[in-house]
Design a protein around this ligand. Structure first.
Ligand SMILES: O=C(O)c1cccc(C(=O)CC[C@H]2O[C@@H](n3cnc4c(=O)[nH]cnc43)[C@H](O)[C@@H]2O)c1
Length: 237
């Protein structure tokens, strides 16, 4: 079974492929460049949910161009750095999504934020396979919990508090998971999201970012969880 890993930017892609120990082949597809190592195809699809959804959809469609041909991918993983909600997700820690939540997809109303589902269309979250989430958490030490997808990075304590209130238990925010999940769902492939925390969700403080530490944590996590991911079959669980 092949695994498609979608990051936002090339440094995240390279942090993931580094875990697999070399021998990477680059495959140029329409709309996507896959870095293939063994069972893993890793793609830097761009920042934000729209870029992530488009890149993931192109990769999935290129891999099985005819509807009658099943996808070679058994799993799609959205991976990269992210902001962590303190104290549950400190800098350098890992989070694996138990739910991938579109945190700002909806409407502002006098009563507060209304998710797109409350407006009567679309969906506002995806649930990765719970057994796989548990296995990845156990292999990597990642904390399992909801991960929010936002189009605007949180930069104030007020916004962080509003997100916590609207999504109790959320551990992290990032910008691509929901887009990757939308594309994976349409291809009938399960999805997972794994984030390494580079900064705290809250007031903007660029000096406090620990991007290098988070990328190193991402490499270590994929090193530990690669056998779990490539050996996982959805019907096993
Ligand atoms: O300019 C800022 O204040 C700022 C703060 C944090 C992150 C950024 C980015 O442009 C990175 C976006 C990129 O990284 C992921 N990411 C990392 N931290 C966060 C976050 O706190 N909230 C949302 N996304 C984050 C994200 O998935 C993007 O790929 C700028």
């Amino acid at each position: 079974m092949r695994v498609l890993v979608v990051t936002a930017v090339p440094v995240e892609r390279d942090a993931v492929t580094r875990a697999f120990g070399g021998g990477t082949e680059v495959l140029a597809l329409p709309g996507a460049e896959l870095h293939r190592t063994g069972a893993f195809d890793v793609l830097a699809g761009g920042v934000g949910p729209a870029a992530a959804a488009a890149a993931t959809a192109f990769a999935l469609a290129s891999a099985s161009p005819a509807a009658a041909v099943p996808s070679p991918y058994g799993l799609v993983v959205s991976a990269g750095i992210g902001g962590g909600f303190a104290p549950a997700a400190p800098l350098g820690s890992l989070v694996v999504a138990s739910a991938i939540v579109a945190a700002d997809l909806g409407a502002e109303t006098p009563e507060g934020f209304a998710p797109v589902t409350a407006l009567g269309f679309g969906r506002d979250s995806f649930t990765p396979p719970p057994a796989l989430v548990r296995e990845v958490a156990s292999a990597t030490g990642a904390a399992p919990g909801p991960v929010l997808t936002v189009s605007t990075v949180t930069g104030t304590a007020e916004r962080a508090a509003a997100l916590r209130a609207a999504h109790p238990g959320a551990l992290a925010e990032a910008m691509e998971g929901f887009g990757v999940a939308e594309a994976a769902e349409r291809a009938g492939v399960p999805v997972l999201e794994l984030r390494a925390v580079s900064n705290a969700v809250g007031p903007r403080d660029r000096a406090a970012w620990r991007i290098g530490d988070a990328l190193a944590a991402l490499t270590e996590a994929f090193g530990k969880t690669a056998p779990v991911l490539e050996g996982w079959h959805r019907h096993d669980h």
